[in-house]
Design a protein around this ligand. Structure first.
Ligand code: PEP
Ligand code: MN
Length: 264
């Protein structure tokens, strides 16, 4: 299979602009759960860039549990992300939730995120396979390693080899945490596959207090990068405030992680 180490024994490196994901350097992707306004995303972008992030995250299309929750600014949000990229030089990672929006999102974003709830949306996977941009493939909340690798296989089989996995926690019996961050997947994927592995300790825990320690643990396990939610005023965030770091806490975490090189 294309996704397997047998097919490609060396680590795959995904080149985006001047950055290499899957190489020696750990990449930090940070930003709010959702793009809420131009000011909010630009302020956050400056803050996370100064702390050392290389990618800006932010959802313009939001997959929400309730249909009554904020659904995202859609194309307006994509434009604000692109403005933030122009202002800060950060590259953009944002989610696409509908196969009909793939070319729109690919027009504005540097990495297309497939959300956990869409990991086995095969129509969407086949569409991002054709978009020419790297894909961040989140693990489904109840997906096995095999199912997750097969989802990546769909994208590669469709002609797009620029795929990275993102562990974001799975559903277990534990309810203290939003999800159970399954860091075992980092070395397991590195054994079975050549593709880079990113860890999301924000969705993986659901609590900002747990983000920094689990980020450290992810790097110790060999993660190629982290994706972390940061909001200028988490208590006012329209989504995922409880798991969002303030820019100040993000900076403290980044300074602490700076000493840790990628574990191999
Ligand atoms: C997100 O990144 O904000 C998100 C919705 O993530 P997930 O698909 O992992 O729940
Ligand atoms: Mn979120």
């Amino acid at each position: 299979k294309l996704v397997s180490r047998e097919f490609h024994p060396k680590d795959s490196i995904i080149r985006i602009g001047d950055h290499e994901i899957g190489g020696d350097k750990v990449h930090m992707m940070a930003g709010p759960c959702a793009v809420e306004s131009r000011e909010q995303i630009i302020e956050t972008a400056h803050a996370v860039r100064e702390a050392g992030a290389t990618f800006l995250r932010g959802g313009a299309f939001k997959p929400r549990t309730s249909p009554y929750s904020f659904q995202g600014l859609e194309e307006e949000g994509l434009r604000y992300l692109a403005d933030a990229r122009t202002e800060t030089g950060l590259l953009v990672v944002t989610e696409v939730i509908d196969a009909r929006d793939v070319s729109l999102v690919a027009h504005y974003s540097d990495i297309l995120q497939i959300g956990a709830r869409n990991m086995q949306n095969f129509i969407l996977l086949k569409e991002v396979a054709k978009c020419g941009k790297p894909v961040l493939l989140k693990r489904g909340p109840s997906a096995t390693l095999e199912e997750w690798m097969m989802a990546a296989e769909y994208i590669m089989d469709g002609g797009n080899y620029q795929v990275m996995f993102c562990e974001r926690g799975i559903r277990t019996f534990e309810s203290y945490t939003r999800n159970t961050l399954d860091l075992t997947m980092v070395p397991a994927l590195h054994t079975l596959s050549h593709l880079p592995v990113i860890v999301d300790p924000s969705h993986g825990t659901g609590r900002w207090q747990l983000v920094h320690p689990m980020a450290k643990a992810a790097l110790a396990a060999g993660a190629d990068g982290l994706i972390v939610e940061v909001h200028p005023q988490p208590e006012k965030a329209v989504s995922d405030g409880k798991q969002s770091l303030t820019p100040e806490k993000f900076k403290l975490m980044m300074d602490d992680l700076a000493g840790l090189s990628k574990a191999l």
